[in-house]
Design a protein around this ligand. Structure first.
Ligand code: CP
Length: 320
């Protein structure tokens, strides 16, 4: 780890399974490298040879629109071979276990496996069992590190910095891997983070992570620079944690009334997919304050940076 704020030029790790224990220098290296890769999306030929000959396998056991497509686009823009595996239609349906599936994929000699799984810790288990690099694309309600990295890139692009900003994360914190990774990353980068949601959707002892906890959206977003709205994850809920979507929207939705409590230049982030009219009104989701679609664009650059760095690339990428 570099001392005295020194910059890293390469990522000294095999895997990225979460942002817990990832240093500020490592996050800065990934974001700075992503800045370099961002420009490729504007070229007529959106491709560089940086990862020619490398193979990236996307191993998705849960649905995804943004993350899977983004990793595939990122790998292809770097000239890597991208292979998509989805559990449905595979031999998982015949009873093959996660580890047996992974060992078979490893036998095809990929360089990076990108994994999404409903079980928290699945990418960590995988990282210990395979020689190639592993990237967590979301594990249960645990972590979603590349989403938090692209969120931080968006904040840095919109605000010019992360350090010292006030960031509110609102919604179903209990089931949110995005919230957890952002709490780790944003606090590491010097932001002041506050969360809010129904009391039934706030993890116990979460304030021990150095954040402020509210059960009122109005109090949480007062004076903030950044508002990150989260989706209600109905698919992960085992009990009724709120009375109805209508009531949830009334008490925890972002709308034209409560947005005025944030700073006038506050930006709105959302990892997607959006429940329009539940956690955010359609007019705010489509307003100039919303950077939701730009987040998706930056996601490709962040994933290019990560694939490149985990394959041994250094900060001064050659992009011809
Ligand atoms: N943000 C995100 O993880 O979206 P997907 O589930 O579509 O990948």
């Amino acid at each position: 780890m570099p001392k005295g704020g020194a910059k890293l030029t390469r990522l000294l790790r095999k895997d990225l399974v979460g942002l817990k224990n990832v240093s500020k220098a490592e996050i800065e290296l990934i974001l700075d490298t992503a800045e370099v890769f961002k420009e490729i999306a504007k070229r007529e030929v959106k491709k560089v040879p940086a990862l020619r000959g490398k193979t990236v396998v996307n191993l998705f056991y849960e649905p995804s629109t943004r993350t899977r497509t983004s990793f595939e686009v990122a790998a292809k823009r770097l000239s890597a071979d991208a292979v998509n595996f989805t559990a449905s239609g595979s031999s998982v349906g015949k009873g093959e276990t996660f580890l047996d599936t992974v060992k078979n994929i490893e036998a095809m000699h990929p360089d990076i496996i990108v994994v999404r799984h409903s079980s928290a810790g699945a990418p960590h288990l995988l990282a210990k069992r395979v020689a190639c690099g592993v990237i967590n694309a979301g594990d249960g309600a645990h972590e979603h590190p590349t989403q938090a990295l692209l969120d931080m890139m968006q904040i840095r692009e919109s605000k010019g910095k992360i350090n010292g900003l006030k960031v509110a994360i609102i919604g179903d914190i209990l089931h949110s891997r995005v919230a957890r990774s952002n709490v780790y990353g944003l606090t590491q980068m010097g932001a002041s983070v506050r969360i809010a949601g129904p009391a039934t959707m706030l993890p116990r002892d979460i304030e021990q992570l150095g954040i402020d906890v509210y059960t009122s959206i109005d109090k949480a977003i007062k004076g903030v620079d950044v508002i990150m709205m989260l989706r209600i994850q109905l698919e992960r809920q085992t009990s009724n944690l709120f009375p109805s979507l209508r009531e949830y929207s009334r008490f925890f939705g972002l709308n034209k009334r409560n947005i005025k409590l944030a700073k006038p230049d506050a930006i709105i982030l959302h990892p997607g997919p959006i429940n329009r009219g539940v956690e955010i009104t359609p007019e705010l989701a489509d307003s100039p304050k919303s950077v939701i679609l730009n987040q998706v664009s930056l996601g490709v650059a962040v994933r290019m940076a990560l694939l490149y760095l985990l394959c041994g690339g250094t900060k001064d990428a050659h992009l011809d």
